[in-house]
Design a protein around this ligand. Sequence first.
Ligand SMILES: Cc1ncc(COP(=O)(O)O)c(C=O)c1O
Length: 373
Amino acid sequence: MSLFKVYPLYNVNPKYGEGCYVYDDKNIKYLDLYGGHAVISIGHSHPVYIDSLTNQLKKIGFYSNYIVNELQENLSKRIIDLSRIKNYKIFYCNSGAEAVENGLKLASYKTKKRKIIAFKNSFHGRSCAAIACTDNNKIQSKLSAQVDVSFLPFNNTKLLENKLAENDVCAVIIESIQGVGGLDEPTTVFMNDVESLTKKYGSLLIADEVQSGFGRTGDFFAFQKHKIKPDIVTIAKGMGNGFPVGGILVSDKIKEEYGLLGSTFGGNHLACSSSLAVLNVIEQERLMKNAKNMEKYFRKSASKINSVKVKGRGLMLGLEFDFEVKKLRDDLIYKKHIFTGGSANKNLLRILPPLNIKENDFDKFFKALKELL
Ligand SMILES: Cc1ncc(COP(=O)(O)O)c(C=O)c1O
C-alpha cells in the first residue's frame, strides 16, 4: 500500500535528533529552525523528556478518561504555575484542530448561537469547524461550508461590532500572532475591543494558542501581551514537544457538565508526562527568557541584511523578502542543511526553532543566508 500523497515531501530522512539539530540517514547534520512546525519546544531528545516518557511507559501508558489520572491534575497545576493565568479549567485532547473544534463546539453549546467570526489569513486546523474558520478556499469542502463563518480584517472594530450586533455569533476565534498566515498581529487596542465586544453581545472569545502558546513568543501565551482574558484558550503543538497532546483552557464562568466533551486518548498518561517534562525544562532552563533574548539577537543579525523585514515575536519569527522564498528555502535545506518554514505569504521565511536555540546557531543561519542571497 502506498501513501495517500497529500504532502509535497522534502527528500530528507531524519534518523535522530539532538537539541536544535537533526541527523539524516547519511549522517548529515541539519540545523532545525522549523521545529517540526513549532512543535519541538525544548529540543530534540531532551534527556528530561526521554526520562519522563520512558519512566511513565514502564508504569502505565494509557487508561480510560473515566478513571482517575492524577497526571492530568498535576499538568493543569503546572500550566497555571508557569502561565500565571487564573480561573480556568482544562479539557485534554490530542491535537490543535481537535482543541479548536472542541472550543467552537463548547461556545455554541453555551451561547446557543451558531455563527463564528474569524480573521482574514487565519489558520485553525483541518477538522470540520476548524477548517471552516481557516481563510483558505482551496481546502474547504461542502461539509465545512455548512459552518457559518465571517472573515474580518484585523483592527477594524466597527466591522466587528456590526457583525456581533446581529446577536447570532457564538465565538470570535483569533490568533494573537498568525502562524500559517504569516505572522501578522492585531493591535492591543483591537484585542481589548474583541474582549469587551464579545462580552457585550454574549459571544465567547477563543484565543487560538496552538502555535503561539507554551512559551514560543517569550510569554507563556501570546495573548498575555494584551492583558486580556479569553473565555477559551486552545493549546497543542509545543505542549508535548512531539508527543500528540492538546487541550482547551475554559474560563470558569463557563460551567462544566458530564458528557459535554469527550476523548478516548486525550490527556493519557504518556501525553501528560510529555507535557510535564516540557514545562519542567521551560522553567529550569528559563526558555521563555531565552526566546526573548534570541529574538533580540535575531533582529540585530537580520538588520545587517538588505531589504528584509522581521516579523513576529520571541521565537515565532519570520523574514519577509521582496521576492518569493521557495527557492531560498530549498537551497537552505539542500545546500546549507537548514530547515525553515514557509507560509501563506510566499515572500516569508518562517523561523520556529526549539526554544533553547543559541546565538551561534543563528550565526550559522545568517552566514548561510548571506552566502545564498
Ligand atoms: C493556530 C493553529 N491552530 C490550529 C492548528 C491545527 O493544529 P493541528 O495540526 O495539531 O491539528 C494549527 C496548525 O498549524 C495552528 O497553527
